[in-house]
Design a protein around this ligand. Structure first.
Ligand SMILES: Cc1cc2nc3c(=O)[nH]c(=O)nc-3n(C[C@H](O)[C@H](O)[C@H](O)COP(=O)(O)OP(=O)(O)OC[C@H]3O[C@@H](n4cnc5c(N)ncnc54)[C@H](O)[C@@H]3O)c2cc1C
Length: 254
């Protein structure tokens, strides 16, 4: 049984690689990384992929190319961590551990409807930038849209990059502006938060950006189901938990 002073579970992801590199810079030599991935994804690029500004292939690198030299990489999945024994089930004894195994996004599913990702996403104009396979589909749907209604949504609960749903809405709106069809697309941005950003100064600017593009912002709201066949998305007002068209963002811009 090998022992390591520091073990980073999920250390091949963006957060973990940052930790691995920092530990190395601090002169720590006994660092082990437990991560089963053979491919590293630079996920922030998926926003630009969905917006037609980057190819999806540019977001991928072999994991071996980004793993810091000098760490012991155990290419397996951790199945549990026992803090009392200070040992992972991968049978590595450790003195200190970091856990950064990322977050796998969920997707909305309405009662009685089969709206699992495989069933709903990637077809009929429904997509997500949060998956490698789907970000190119987002761009295809944006590129093919010349009129109609476009809805960009952010779920409540944990999300990687709360700004991502807004960024793709602005990229799409800008593309439609370039194409001269912005006034033919009714754009909605659905956010679970009470404001567009946690910091008032930024929030005020974003209210004006959305307004400039003619985007209707629904605050404290969430998409609870998507029906691609009917081309319908149901939005719930999170305060009353009933479908509605909720509050809109108000700001200081003229
Ligand atoms: C569309 C999109 C846009 C984004 N835009 C931005 C942005 O503009 N700016 C920004 O700062 N951030 C952005 N982010 C967020 C950023 O990409 C994430 O915060 C970051 O990738 C999180 O890093 P992580 O290491 O926690 O998770 P990940 O990068 O997902 O890595 C998790 C790692 O854990 C490993 N793992 C999983 N389970 C186990 C297990 N059981 N045992 C061992 N290892 C395991 C995986 O193999 C993986 O290597 C965006 C994200 C998305 C999806």
């Amino acid at each position: 049984m090998a022992g390591h002073k520091i073990v980073v579970v999920g250390g091949g992801g963006s957060a973990g690689l940052t930790d691995d590199a920092r530990l190395k810079r601090q002169g720590r030599t006994d660092v082990a990384v437990i991560d089963p991935a053979s491919t590293h994804y630079h996920q922030p690029l998926w926003t630009l992929v969905g917006g037609g500004r980057a190819p999806v292939e540019a977001s991928v690198k072999p994991q071996s190319k980004v793993m810091p030299k000098g760490v012991a990489w155990i290419q397996r999945a951790a199945v549990g961590v026992d803090p009392r024994r200070r040992a992972g089930d991968a049978r590595r004894r450790l003195q200190r551990r970091l856990r950064v195994p990322g977050h796998v996004p969920g997707h909305p599913a309405g009662p009685g409807e089969d709206h699992r990702p495989g069933q709903t996403l990637g077809r009929d104009g429904v997509s997500s930038n949060h998956l490698y396979e789907l970000a190119p589909a987002t761009w295809k749907f944006i590129r093919d849209t010349r009129s109609g209604t476009a809805t960009f949504t952010m779920p409540s609960g944990p999300i990687k990059c709360a700004g991502a749903p807004q960024k793709i809405a602005y990229l799409a709106a800008d593309y439609w502006r370039e194409q001269g069809v912005l006034d033919k697309v009714d754009i909605h941005l659905v956010l679970p938060t009470p404001g567009m950003f946690g910091v008032k100064e930024f929030s005020d600017v974003l209210v004006c950006v959305a307004k400039r593009y003619g985007i209707t912002v629904h605050l404290q709201s969430e998409a609870i189901s998507v029906n691609p066949d009917a081309r319908e998305v149901t939005i719930a007002d999170l305060e009353s938990s009933s479908p509605s068209s909720a509050r809109t963002a108000a700001g200081p811009c003229a």
